[in-house]
Design a protein around this ligand. Structure first.
Ligand SMILES: C[S@@+](CC[C@H](N)C(=O)[O-])C[C@H]1O[C@@H](n2cnc3c(N)ncnc32)[C@H](O)[C@@H]1O
Length: 469
């Protein structure tokens, strides 16, 4: 393996010294998954893997993670994946949320959230309770985040599209915990992405990323309550994107580094306390580093900070406006819920346990911990319960998977031969049933929302695929 970018090769040699060759030739991280405890549990996932004869190993730290040495199916083509019972998430990528240690009922921010592997991990550890704000600046990546979170069945999240740097001013002292999984040079993933990273990496790009990372972290500190927790992580091995930033932050802001209880003492390295003849705050050894050549996982840096005093609030800067969230007895919501109850046979008492956000054509279901929702750049909250089509409110795949047996009408069952045919293209010829919208049943389970018009049964999928049963 040879790096064709001399600036990068030179930087890595200087930074990694005698580890340079072993880093370059490190075995890439194996595939790994994490069970989504909102929808399933580890035992049933393991049973399913055994049925498919897919070998797995436990994750070295996360009790909900599994390592998949050979994803030959692949698992992403399975119904449990479609139903959001597990997510793909890198081995090292499962660590930052363990360091954050989210608790049910808290108010938490995932500042740079797409594609959402850590967001869904946070939602599951919060047991779908409390308030989880997901932020992502890129419109294209926001769409991916929304697909991931809808599939995972979270009802405690609200998603915004803001520059993370603004959140500290818009929502000062608002959060119990903040994750800054910062955009980075991804040098920790170099052994598996050599050509891609070599094509754009330069010292200048790294420094401009470090500048962005610093301001994201400052914003996160401002957005956190006193005594709250901030976890900063990158999948980069560069001290410029990690220890140098934290060392500067420790001098300028009221935060302290804490040990990371669940992770420390394992096969990880400590954060650096010196680099290029510069000494850092000795507490940086409480940070954690992973290296591909040492623990067969991507290179990650993770530090956990506690905010120990208030940060200044700018008196003239405007903070976030909120809009109220509607309860089930709000007249607009109640009309839609009555319609849904009649059309799909859902008990109204069941629906009254939740709060709602309603627009002209969409209604979102969210947990009752949300009483009001951020107004600015708001995109999505909880589950998309239903969409209005030709005077009818149609359920969605995510709401069917959430409501399950609470739906008792308009159910259409497919068998083992029919279901793969539907997923292969998203369309399946069916002429023996009246046209309309239906809920799809397979093997005694309600799994999605389908339409049947002109003899064509259709399901909405992010992409069609050869389903593995
Ligand atoms: C390392 S990725 C996050 C991965 C994600 N946390 C996960 O585990 O699935 C960093 C994300 O930050 C986003 N981003 C870049 N600049 C940002 C900014 N100024 N504010 C918020 N997000 C930003 C990128 O678009 C990217 O999706």
């Amino acid at each position: 393996m040879k790096i064709t970018n001399p600036e990068l090769a030179n930087y890595l040699q200087t930074t990694l010294k005698n580890q340079y060759q072993s880093f370059l030739f490190a075995k890439p991280e194996p595939a790994s998954i994490r069970v989504n405890t909102i929808k399933s549990n580890l035992n049933s996932l393991k049973q399913q893997l055994e049925n498919w004869e897919v070998p797995w190993q436990p994750h070295p730290v996360n009790p909900n993670g599994l390592i998949i040495e050979n994803d030959f199916l692949p698992l992403s083509h399975s119904l449990p994946f479609f139903k959001g019972e597990f997510n793909y998430q890198g081995v090292a990528s499962q660590l930052p949320v363990l360091a954050l240690d989210p608790q049910p009922g808290e108010t938490i921010l995932d500042m740079a959230a797409s594609p959402g592997s850590k967001s869904t991990q946070i939602a599951a550890l919060m047991k779908n309770k409390g308030r989880l704000v997901l932020n992502e600046v890129s419109t294209r990546r926001l769409r991916v985040l929304i697909v991931t979170t809808l599939r995972s069945g979270g009802i405690n999240d609200a998603t915004m599209r803001l520059s993370g740097q603004r959140i500290g001013t818009l929502l000062p002292g608002f959060f119990d915990r903040v994750l800054v999984d910062a955009p980075c040079s991804a040098l920790g993933t170099l052994p598996s992405h050599l050509d891609e990273i070599s094509s754009w990496w330069s010292i200048k790009t790294m420094n401009s990323l470090a500048n962005l990372q610093y301001f994201l972290l400052v914003s996160a500190i401002k957005a956190t309550k006193v005594n709250g927790i901030i976890v900063y992580s990158t999948c980069s091995i560069s001290p410029e994107e990690n220890e140098i930033i934290i060392n500067k932050i420790l001098k300028e802001y009221p935060v302290e580094i804490e040990k990371i209880p669940i992770i420390s003492g394992r096969e990880f390295q400590n954060g650096l306390i010196s680099y290029n003849n510069k000494q850092f705050n000795p507490d940086l050894k409480k940070a954690i580093r992973t290296y591909p050549q040492k623990s067969q996982m991507e290179g990650f840096f993770i530090v956990r900070l506690r905010k120990i005093a208030a940060t200044k609030i700018h008196p003239t800067k405007k903070t976030m406006d909120f809009s109220p969230v509607a309860q089930a007895n709000n007249s607009n919501v109640a009309d839609v819920l009555k319609h849904l109850s009649k059309r799909w046979g859902i008990d109204l008492d069941y629906l009254s346990q939740f709060n709602y956000l309603i627009g002209k054509k969409r209604i979102w279901l969210i947990n009752k911990d949300w009483q009001e929702i951020p107004q600015l750049e708001f995109n999505k909250a909880g589950i998309l319960l239903a969409e209005k089509k030709y005077q009818e409110w149609r359920l969605t795949n995510s709401s069917v998977q959430f409501l399950k047996d609470n739906i008792t009408r308009s159910i259409l069952e497919l068998n083992k031969e029919e279901i793969p045919a539907l997923f292969k293209t998203g369309v399946f010829e069916k002429t023996d049933q009246a046209p309309g919208y239906y809920v799809l049943k397979f093997e005694n389970e309600l799994i999605g929302s389908v339409s049947l018009f002109n003899g064509k049964l259709k399901i909405r999928l992010p992409h069609s695929f050869d389903l593995v049963l």
